[in-house]
Design a protein around this ligand. Structure first.
Ligand code: BGC
Length: 349
């Protein structure tokens, strides 16, 4: 079968290669790939800056935002041939830390977790793949065109879970959400904010194209003025930061309402210094009981919450997030950043 493979840490060593068909182990599903989404992490791996091949091998199969159709499933797994399915990305360390041992592998403490398509286990960018039934997420047939958004949505379902747990430490009735960055993560975060009945605002540099329209279609407000100005004018109760840009992160932290929560989801590239009045930031956080949370990855419960959130969303809106669909053979085109891109997917069927 064909798979999108990469030799990690060798910039550009990415190619579609013939690899052996996978053979499902005990308790595993065999799945025909439909599509994978491409995200910033994939681009980082392909640039040679991130990623690990499975032990003893040079090549890693890429792809962690998956969608496929079950070819075969073990009896009692809850899946049958023809079901749509997405695969969970992370697996706990075989000798798990306390969090991994409790199914909270998204909160792994020792860093020895593995991740499909990222860290030491093959991903889902192949014509066939296997997945353990316990790490397979059922995708409703109505989500066939957009099911590969479940993985990025799971990252937001986890972010919201964190925000609500942290908010719940005292009286918490948030009204206003600011999302910085209108990429797929920002837009899915905004969707879940609207689903919670919040007054949602999104700030991004784009002044035209699909991003402003997607925000407005949610009934949220789009801003393209500088993030600092927008954050200051809004003093939101919750900020979901989805740019990873240092200046925007600090602009968000400095302009929340009292008891504000800033949830950081963007992975920054290092090496960009900015001047920060650290004392003033500290004072504001202390005097307002503010919290800054970092969040990554998602556990099985978050995938299920994500699947529900997508099902409750407008399908045409979700389809609008997928701005290009590129066949596996033309994957290089999927990796190009083109104006107007939100989410690009590679089709496998
Ligand atoms: C993925 C996460 C993963 C993270 C770090 C993200 O792109 O969505 O599942 O944990 O990269 O590897």
């Amino acid at each position: 079968m064909r798979a999108l493979t990469m030799e990690p840490l060798k910039a550009g060593a990415v190619a579609v290669r013939e690899v052996p068909d996978p053979v499902p182990g005990e308790g595993e599903l065999l799945v025909r790939g439909i599509a994978v989404g491409v995200c910033g992490t994939d681009r980082e791996i392909i640039a040679g800056d991130y990623g690990w091949a499975p032990p003893g091998r040079d090549l890693l199969v890429l792809g962690h935002e998956s969608l496929g159709r079950v070819v075969s499933a073990p009896g009692g797994s809850g899946f049958i041939e023809g079901d749509l399915v997405a695969g969970v990305v992370r697996r706990p360390d075989p000798e798990p830390c306390g969090a991994c041992a409790r199914g909270q592998f998204d909160m792994c403490r020792n860093g020895k977790y593995t991740e499909r398509g990222i860290k030491e286990i093959d991903g889902f960018a192949s014509e066939l793949w296997t997945v353990e039934a316990d790490y397979a997420v059922a995708v409703d047939a109505r989500l066939e065109s957009v099911g590969m958004l479940i993985e990025p949505a799971s990252v937001l379902a986890k972010a919201w879970d964190q925000i609500e747990r942290v908010g719940g430490r005292s009286w918490f009735e948030p009204r206003r959400l600011l999302v910085t960055g209108a990429g797929p993560i920002g837009l899915l975060g905004a969707l879940m904010g609207v689903q919670r009945g919040l007054d949602v605002h999104v700030v991004d540099l784009a002044t035209d194209g699909p991003k402003p329209a997607a925000v407005e279609a949610l009934g949220a407000t789009y801003h393209s003025e500088p993030a600092a100005e927008v954050a200051k004018a809004l003093t939101a109760d919750i900020v979901i930061e989805a740019t990873g840009v240092g200046q925007v992160v600090f602009d968000a932290m400095r302009n929340t309402a009292a008891y504000g929560i800033v949830c950081l989801t963007g992975v920054s590239t290092g090496g960009h210094s900015i001047g920060v009045d650290a004392g003033a930031v500290n004072r504001e956080i202390v005097l307002e009981n503010d919290v800054v949370i970092g969040t990554v990855n998602a556990n099985v419960g978050h995938y299920e919450a994500a699947a529900k959130a997508l099902l409750a969303a407008d399908l045409a809106w979700l389809e609008g997030l997928i701005t290009r669909r590129v066949p596996l053979g033309d994957f290089a085109e999927a990796l190009e950043a083109r104006p107007g891109d939100v989410k690009v997917v590679v089709t496998l069927d």
